[in-house]
Design a protein around this ligand. Structure first.
Ligand code: DO4
Ligand code: MG
Length: 284
């Protein structure tokens, strides 16, 4: 469940707002319809009085996404640069992009590839070295105004990206390669500055990896990333933008089927997903 403050949450397929510990259901609104609105109309709509409602115990928490595309920024933290430099055949593209004016932005997922809190994320059937990437995700509306923040997991194959940076799309985009949630913290009620991002990975009920960073270690500003993403393209129902990882486990670590990944971001909540290996093409 989300932290204190005002949050949008998808429960049993409906959109709810949690405000100061109380819940209301946004009847007639979806993530798509909300993100089509300009920010002032969105905040006005969310301020309307609604009856309090207690969601069903054990309600299914869905990923807070409608039809949006998910994009991601890369090499925005020094730790990400170090990890790519270790794994890559050539560190040059990564060194250059870390210092360049233009950020690395890549397409990450369509909504059907995204998983919510509690759902299984996948590691690729043809990858040998896999990691979660815990990232602050920015939620933009149709005007590219930042209207919220959520937690993102940019699940990635290091073996595939390491072989050749031109393989980045295959290292990054596949079914279950992205998790989002559990809630969207509304931008006018949440500052993304200096927020702790924590990652836990458990195996057989024991913690096998834990680390943390802060959004203050990000080399880029959020408005800068959003401005580049919005150059020469429109997102009619808004979009999500992951802002890069500041945590990469050491080189001898790889995710395994059965692991459980938990990401916490201060003021947003906790996103937990079990890990499965993708069963491959024969499963379709
Ligand atoms: O350059 C490849 C991707 C980097 C990335 O996903 C990150 O820094 O989070
Ligand atoms: Mg990433």
């Amino acid at each position: 469940m989300p932290a204190a403050g005002r949050h949008l949450v998808q429960l049993d397929g409906a959109t709810y707002m949690k405000k100061d510990g109380t819940w209301s259901r946004l009847d007639g609104s979806t993530i798509d319809s909300l993100l089509r609105l300009p920010q002032d109309e969105l905040s006005r709509l969310l301020e309307e009085k609604r009856p309090e409602i207690q969601p069903r115990d054990g309600a299914d928490i869905g990923a807070p996404i409608g039809s949006q595309e998910v994009w991601a920024a890369g090499v925005t933290y020094r730790r990400s640069l170090e990890a790519r430099t270790d794994e890559a055949v050539s560190s040059d593209p990564y060194d250059r992009v870390y210092a360049a004016a233009r950020p690395e932005l890549f397409f990450k997922a369509t909504a059907n590839r995204v998983r919510g809190h509690g759902e299984a994320i996948f590691i690729r059937s043809d990858s040998t070295w896999d990691v979660p990437e815990p990232e602050l995700a920015v939620v933009c509306n149709s005007r590219m105004q930042v209207v919220g923040y959520t937690i993102g997991n940019d699940v990635s194959s290091r073996s595939i990206e390491g072989e050749n940076p031109l393989y980045v799309p295959q290292a990054k985009v596949f079914d279950g390669s992205c998790a989002l949630g559990p809630a969207i913290a509304l931008a006018w009620d949440y500052s993304p500055s200096d927020r702790a991002i924590e990652l836990d990975i458990s195996r057989d009920a024991a913690l096998v990896y834990r680390n943390s960073t802060s959004t203050s270690a990000m080399r880029r500003e959020i408005p800068e990333l959003v401005a580049y993403l919005g150059r020469d393209q429109r997102f009619d129902a808004g979009c999500f933008l992951l802002t890069g990882t500041g945590i990469v486990p050491p080189s001898d670590f790889t995710l395994q089927e059965g692991d459980v990944v938990t990401i916490r971001i201060d003021g947003i909540g906790q996103l937990t997903n079990p890990v499965k290996r993708h069963p491959g093409a024969d499963s379709y």
